[in-house]
Every structure is written in structure tokens, then in C-alpha cells.
Write a protein that binds this ligand. Sequence first.
Ligand code: ADP
Ligand code: MG
Length: 262
Amino acid sequence: MGKVIAIANQKGGVGKTTTTVNLAASLAAAKARLKVILVDLDPQGNATMGCGIDKHAASVTMNEVLLDEAPVGTGLVFSESAGIQVLPANGDLTAAEVALAQRERGAFRLREALEAIRGNFDYILIDCPPSLNMLTINALTAADSILIPVQCEYYALEGLSALLSTIEQVKASTNPGLHIEGLLRTMFDARNRLANEVSGQVLEHFGTQVYDSVIPRNVRLAEAPSYGQPIIVYDPASRGAESYRELAKEMIKRGRRAAVSV
Ligand code: ADP
Ligand code: MG
């Protein structure tokens, strides 16, 4: 059964989409040759484009999937550059957000849709929008766990309490098994004193839930999406590529450890 992980933080610009695309591609390129799906749940469709898929050309997108207008399998598009399957999104997804909020059991739509395909994949990563709206609630309801990117800058911790209370609400209502997969420090600049301070605070609050892998600030990571390529293809020797390969390894290793302790 594939593991479903929501990449979420209601703060914008913290590295959710960059992490979803590059972690997905790195898992697929790992020794184990894992089968990965990226679910784009942001109407901006940045993850879709970052995988080299035209968000306007896709005939079936997450909008149709969530509104039950098309079976989930018909929405899968293979990304040649990332080596993963993508369920694309574009601006139409905003309509689904509104419709689901009014629908009974609207929070469960993604979970129900993924049931048909999760048996055929190892990892399903969901790129969430920058808000705690119905789309994010769908992601957290469908997910086994949540990966939280944290930008090591001022106010990084401020939004986390709202996110943690949303996680508690979801556990109490739609998904009792939801747990934190890990916190990921992103856009880290080791020369910056504030970044080191914030990193220290994150470690203090969340301890072993924080990944050892750290994503450095690396301009190559910001360039890659405009070529529709993950960093491991765009510039495999860059520090950004190295850091996401490390993260994929760490995630696989942690997954194995968890499986042994069950
Ligand atoms: P989110 O999805 O949380 O809004 P993004 O992943 O889109 O955040 O990142 C916000 C911006 O920062 C994008 O322009 C992206 O290319 C850039 N970016 C993300 N991570 C890094 C990094 N480690 N180094 C440099 N730029 C980055
Ligand atoms: Mg994003």
C-alpha cells in the first residue's frame, strides 16, 4: 500500500512545491526505483509545471477528480523529466474547493479517489495550497502523514501553531491516524545568524521529528521549474540536488525503521 504524504504549511513561499517536486523525483530515482505519484492540490499548478506538464493542456485535472467527474486513473500524466506520475492542477481547482466545502463528506473526496490507485505506488506526495482551506483538509484527510517545510527565517514558527491545531482537528474528525512525517528546514543559509537561531528553535521544539537533511538556499533550485525539470535533472551536481537526494534517502531509511518497530 503506497504511503500518502501531504506537504503542507499555510505559509506561502516556504518551499512546499519545490520540496514536493524534488523529493518525488529523488524517490523515483533512488536505488529502490520507487513508484511515485505527485498530486498537485494547488490551483496555481506550480508543481504540475515544474514537472514539465502544461497545466492548461491536461484534459483531466484534480478539479474533475475531486468532483467525481472523472476516475482518478484517467488523470495520471507521466512526467518524463521527473520519472513520476502527476495528477495535474490549474485554476479550475478553485471551483472544486468551493464545491467540496458545501458537499457532505467533502473532506473525504481525495482519500476516496486515491483508494483506487494507491496499491500500485510506493509514495503519493500531495503539494498543498498556501492556506488551511478545504483542499488542504482533503490532503490531510487522505494522508498517512504530513511533511512540514519550514523556512528558517523570522516568523517561521509563528504559523506553525495554527497548522498544529489544524492537524489536531483533522485527527479528531476525519483522520485519527494522521501523524507528522517530519519537519524540513528549507532555504537554509548557514552563514546567516538568524537562520541558525531559527533552526535551533525548530530543533528544540520538534526534536527528532526534524529531518537531519537540510535544504540550502540554492539558486539552481529556483531556476529548475522554468525548464520543467527537477533539480536532479537540471543540475545533478548542485547542492540543491544533493540535498534532495539526501532527504529521499533519509525518508526511505526512516520508513524502514518505522516498519521494523511496528
Ligand atoms: P511554496 O510552494 O511553499 O509557496 P515554493 O516551493 O514555490 O514555495 O518556493 C517559493 C520560491 O522560492 C520559489 O520561487 C522557489 O523557486 C524558491 N525556492 C524554494 N526553495 C528554494 C531554495 N532551497 N533555494 C532557493 N530558492 C528556493
Ligand atoms: Mg506552492
